[in-house]
Design a protein around this ligand. Structure first.
Ligand code: COA
Length: 161
């Protein structure tokens, strides 16, 4: 069974993330979507909320078991603990490349069996990020094209609080 891990902050999950999840699920037998419990960031949603929002957003993908969980510490160690040999990352623009290249090399240095596979974002999500969703929603903008339908109300409610 080929297992991949798709890590991120997902604060909150966007349609860009969802697109990557579905495409990765069509390649791997098991996909673990892993929310980083990052003490250096002050997230809008708690880790538990982010995990729940992802669970409620993802459809069933035949042939792939999708799990959603959280982790802290090093991604390479977490990947090993769940039996994942591939990290999935989405690449949106050339500007993502340098950082992702560094991360991929660092992760392979820590865990030499761990490779990173990059999926090119779909062009309609090229400019999308969680902070863009947060800013738009906070100031009354329309986030309906950017956030999975099932969680839009929860995201808007939280942002307007
Ligand atoms: N669609 C939409 N948005 C996307 C996207 C896509 N396909 N891909 C990335 N993004 C956005 C994210 O929403 C995030 O937006 P934000 O900054 O506005 O919140 C931004 O791009 C950065 O995403 P990403 O590069 O995935 O970073 P992240 O903070 O979400 O997650 C980890 C980074 C968790 C993968 C990384 O910090 C990690 O592995 N940490 C553990 C410690 C470790 O092992 N470090 C490496 C070795 S030292």
């Amino acid at each position: 069974m080929k297992t991949a891990v798709y890590p991120g902050s997902f604060d909150p999950i966007t349609n860009g993330h969802l697109d990557i999840i579905i495409r990765a699920a069509n390649i791997f037998d098991r996909l673990v979507v892993a929310v980083l419990n990052n003490s250096s960031k002050t997230p809008l949603f708690t880790v538990e909320e982010r995990v729940e929002l992802i669970r409620d957003s993802i459809p069933k993908v035949p042939g792939c078991e999708i799990e959603v969980t959280s982790f802290d510490g090093l991604l390479a160690d977490f990947a090993q603990s769940i039996g994942a040999t591939t990290v999935i990352k989405g690449l949106r623009a050339v500007s993502d490349f340098e950082y992702e290249f560094q991360m991929a090399l660092a992760n392979r240095k820590i865990n030499h069996r761990l490779d990173t596979a990059f999926l090119m974002t779909s062009e309609r999500y090229m400019y999308l990020s969680s902070s863009l969703v947060r800013d738009l929603g906070r100031y009354g903008g329309d986030i309906s094209d950017f956030v999975p339908l099932k969680i839009q109300k929860r995201v808007i409610d939280k942002l307007r609080k």
